[in-house]
Design a protein. Structure first.
Lengths: 140, 148
C-alpha cells in the first residue's frame, strides 16, 4: 500500500534502520549485481591500491539504504527516482561483526504532483558515506 | 586527460537484457529488499504486476554491463584500474518487472577534469523492444589521478 498525501508532512522522519554487513554479504552482493571488482573481496588488492581494507560496493550501501524509503512507501514500485554521491568508503573488516551502517531519512518536500522528496542519510563509524541522497516517492 | 569531443557520443544497444525472476529475487535478498512484490510472484500479481518488481537499485546490473562499451572504448582511453564510482542516479518511467526485455542505449553525457581526476558521466537508457522507456541510470565515474 502506498502512503497517502494527507499522511505526509515536510520534515517528518521515516523509521530508521541499521544494517550490519560482513565480508560474506559483499560476496553475495557481488554475485547478485555482477560487480566483481577485487577491492570488494580481496584485502591484499584493496590495501595495495591504498585502501585501509576491503570496502563495500557503494551500490550495496545505496541498495541497502533505500529500504528505509521503500518500507515506508509501501514497496519499490512507489520510488520513481533515487540518486546519491559516494562520499566515503565503508570499510568491512574480516570478522563476524563486519561494518554497521545507520540509515535515516526525512521528507524534504511534498510536491504539487503528489510526490514526496525524501532525503536519506547513511552513517558508518560516525561518518556519512552517502552524499546528497534523495529519493522521490509517488504518493496516493 | 579524456577527450572532451566524446561528449554526446551515443552507443547503440548491443543485444538485449532480459530481467530474470530469479535474478530479481537474488538481488532483492542481497540488498535485503524484503518487499513481497520483489520476492513473491503472487504478491506482485496481486499488486497489478506481471511478475516480480525489481528493487530500486537493480538497474545498476544492466547499466554497468551496458556502460562497459564506454569504459572499454580504446579510443576514449579511460584507465579502468583507477576508476571509482562517484555518483549514481536512477529515474523510472515505470517499475522494472521480471520478464522485461530491454535495449540499453548508452550516452556520454559529460567529461570534465577536476583536482587531477578525470570525470565522466554516462547515461544508460533502458527501453522495451516496443520503445517504452522504463528506466534511466546515470553514473559518474571518476578516474583518480589520470587528468594530469
Amino acid at each position: 500500500m502506498s502512503v497517502s498525501r494527507s499522511e505526509v508532512t515536510v520534515g517528518m522522519e521515516l523509521p530508521s534502520k541499521t544494517f550490519s554487513i560482513t565480508r560474506a554479504d559483499l560476496v553475495t552482493y557481488a554475485g547478485a549485481s555482477g560487480d566483481f571488482n577485487v577491492i570488494h573481496w580481496n584485502e591484499r588488492v584493496a590495501v595495495s591500491v591504498g585502501l585501509p581494507n576491503v570496502i563495500a560496493h557503494g551500490m550495496f550501501t545505496m541498495g541497502l539504504a533505500i529500504n528505509v524509503v521503500t518500507d515506508w512507501a509501501g514497496g519499490p514500485e512507489f520510488v520513481t527516482d533515487y540518486s546519491c554521491r559516494f562520499t566515503r568508503p565503508v570499510v568491512v573488516p574480516d570478522d563476524e561483526v563486519g561494518a554497521s551502517i545507520e540509515v535515516s531519512a526525512s521528507v524534504l518536500e511534498v510536491t504539487e504532483e503528489g510526490t514526496a522528496i525524501v532525503s536519506l542519510s547513511a552513517v558508518c563509524e560516525g561518518q556519512t558515506v552517502l552524499g546528497k541522497a534523495r529519493a522521490v516517492v509517488r504518493l496516493a | 586527460m579524456l577527450n572532451a569531443s566524446f561528449i554526446g557520443r551515443v552507443y547503440p544497444a548491443r543485444g538485449t537484457y532480459l530481467v530474470g525472476r530469479e535474478k530479481v529475487r537474488e538481488f532483492a535478498r542481497a540488498v535485503r529488499a524484503d518487499s513481497p512484490v520483489s520476492l513473491d510472484v503472487a504478491a506482485a500479481r496481486a499488486a497489478g504486476y506481471q511478475d516480480l518488481v525489481a528493487p530500486v537499485t537493480f538497474p545498476i546490473a544492466l547499466a554497468m554491463k551496458a556502460a562497459e562499451v564506454v569504459i572499454m572504448d580504446p579510443e576514449l582511453g579511460l584507465d579502468y584500474s583507477a576508476v571509482v564510482h562517484g555518483e549514481q542516479g536512477f529515474s523510472f518511467a515505470r517499475p522494472l518487472v521480471a520478464g522485461d526485455e530491454l535495449e540499453i542505449v548508452v550516452t556520454i553525457e559529460n567529461i570534465r577534469s577536476a583536482a587531477g581526476n578525470d570525470m565522466i558521466t554516462v547515461r544508460a537508457d533502458a527501453a522495451t523492444l516496443d520503445g517504452e522507456r522504463v528506466v534511466t541510470a546515470t553514473m559518474l565515474l571518476v578516474a583518480r589521478g589520470t587528468a594530469a
